[in-house]
Design a protein around this ligand. Structure first.
Ligand code: FAD
Ligand code: 2HG
Ligand code: ZN
Length: 493
């Protein structure tokens, strides 16, 4: 029996022609059209950055990027593409890690980067309404004077856009404290594939009036519509933040440490992040934060970066100090060293050791990334098993696989397994897949904790979703996008 129904029926889509460009030029300013087909043609090299993903793993061959400034313009673009059966790839900051943000063929790229205005902010409720193209870090800066923070934070904050965050349901470094975007997004404005504008930009906390449609677009990876506006609840900024990096002699100590941290810090614990020794060394090697001294990291197998956010400095410091004393004073200390940040600059630098890992790994070659949810106790097992698999296949050497590392959001049960290789090759890929997916399935885990399915995992979605669920997803896709023009061949094959 088949587990799920293949849609062999990927629709036939049309390539963009110069007539299409002439149509777009009727309502878009000249600088919103980047095309090798337009009368003011741009060289393909200018379009290259939009065709290529952050990892240099996926590359499309689109001739055209449109950068509209208003929701109306997006609507007109979609209406035309719907009628003409032209595939459309919505693109935010292009920092996605599963090949979802670039075309697979010559689809039109619809960049949201020119839609970057804050529409409103209510400093009492914390409701922020912004264009989808606002960069996450700019929004953080916008609300900082009002003593609010964004409910999410991630290493890509300087480039990723709020619309991209919503569309990938990005998790990141604050999820432990502020929960997922399914909770903090209050409303969305979405242009549907036929150009209809769904204005659901509510700022209400409570609204039980039937199906909560916005939830479908959170994590839809651009396959159901174009998110053009986001209403999001921003929490009050904590009065005081601290962080500490803890060196652990063995991975076995991570779980008991997490338990103790929760008991001692309770409501002020705001992040609990894991980095294995190799990830730490790569971060230091590539200048991501200032490392600890050789003495401090002697005998450390892995590290935990812990953050507290609270209301009173003395209170939080006292709690943290008691935790550190407890950790160091027991007969079998769970940690070998704990370094507490002493200044705002050091706070940032300690965070960089964790946040900067993806950037550091990217300097070591081409990275295969597996973003998985598994029981925390199995993090090391999975990294070791993957390394062993590559060794068995004779691929663990400088010209093939250089590093196998693990890091991630322990507090959320989310491991990032990264394999840095000299190049992307079929041999390495077939050693890793379906090996990693089967391993994850054996733990009843998820093959995508927070990055999504994109183009990378469409063939593997059944490892984490039932046939019934996949069929329902297909039917939902059909309702919103009957011609299959929205981000074709992403999420669903
Ligand atoms: P893009 O990469 O442009 O697009 C991502 C997907 O969303 C694509 O499928 C695209 O079609 C779709 N999309 C984008 N904008 C829209 C829109 N307006 N409407 C409809 N669809 C749209 N992710 C995490 O979850 N947690 C992390 O901690 C994290 N850290 C990262 C650190 C680094 C250094 C990097 C490079 C990436 C990281 N990511 C992380 C990946 C993460 O998914 C993205 O960074 C971010 O959420 C994507 O936003 P973006 O604007 O770059 O979207
Ligand atoms: C992180 O947590 C990001 O740093 C990126 O989700 C993880 O690159 C990765 O694998
Ligand atoms: Zn992550």
């Amino acid at each position: 029996a088949t587990r799920w129904q293949h849609s062999s029926a990927q629709p036939t889509l049309n390539s963009i022609t110069s007539d299409d460009i002439a149509h777009f030029a009727q309502f878009l300013p000249q600088n919103a059209i980047l095309s090798t087909l337009s009368p003011i043609s741009v060289p393909p090299s200018e379009i290259e950055q939009y065709n290529t993903d952050w990892m240099g793993k996926y590359r499309g061959s689109s001739t055209t990027v449109l950068r509209p400034q208003t929701t109306e313009q997006v609507s007109k673009i979609m209406k035309w593409c719907h009628e003409r059966r032209i595939g459309v790839v919505p693109q935010g900051g292009n920092t996605g890690l599963v090949g979802g943000s670039v075309p697979l063929k010559d689809e039109l790229i619809l960049s949201l980067s020119n839609m970057s205005k804050v529409r409103s902010f209510d400093p009492v409720s914390g409701a922020l309404v912004a264009d989808a193209g606002c960069i996450l870090e700019s929004l953080t800066e916008y609300i900082a004077p009002h003593d609010h923070i964004m409910p999410l934070d991630l290493g890509a904050k300087g480039s990723c856009q709020i619309g991209g965050n919503v569309s990938t349901n990005a998790g990141g470094l604050r999820l432990l404290r502020y929960g997922s975007l399914h909770g903090s997004v209050l409303g969305l404005e979405v242009v549907l594939p036929d150009g209809t504008i769904l204005d659901n930009l509510s700022t209400l906390r409570k609204d039980n009036t039937g199906y909560d449609l916005k939830q479908l677009f959170i994590g839809a990876e651009g396959t159901l519509g174009v998110v053009t506006g986001v209403s999001i609840l921003t929490p009050a900024a904590p009065r005081t933040v601290n962080n500490v990096i803890l060196a652990l002699p063995t991975f076995e100590n991570v779980l008991p440490l997490f338990k103790l941290a929760q008991q001692h810090l309770s409501e002020i614990l705001s992040a609990f992040e894991f980095i294995d020794r190799t990830a730490y060394e790569l971060a230091v090697k590539h200048g991501q934060g200032k490392g600890l001294s050789d003495e401090e990291i002697e005998g450390a197998e892995c590290f935990v970066l812990l953050e507290t956010s609270g209301g009173k400095k003395e209170h939080d410091e006292e709690k943290l100090n008691i935790l550190l004393e407890t950790l160091l004073e027991s007969d079998q200390p769970l940690i070998t060293t704990g370094v507490l940040s002493q200044s705002p600059a050091q706070f940032v630098s300690l965070w960089k050791l964790r946040e900067g890992v993806p950037e550091a790994v990217s300097k070591e070659g081409k990275t295969y990334k597996y973003d998985i949810s598994i029981p925390i106790a199995s993090f090391k097992e999975v990294v070791d098993a993957t390394r062993e698999q590559l060794r068995r296949k004779g691929l663990l050497h400088e010209d093939a696989v250089r590093h196998v590392i693990g890091y991630g959001h322990v507090g959320d049960g989310n491991l990032h397994l990264n394999i840095a290789a000299a190049a992307y090759t079929p041999e390495i890929e077939s050693a890793l897949e379906p090996f990693v997916y089967e391993l994850v399935a054996s733990y009843k885990g998820s093959i995508s904790a927070e990055h999504g399915i994109g183009a990378m995992k469409t063939h593997a979605i059944h490892y984490s979703k039932s046939g019934v669920a996949i069929n329902l997803m297909r039917r939902i896709k059909q309702v919103f996008d009957p011609h299959g023009i929205m981000n074709p061949r992403k999420v669903l094959e």
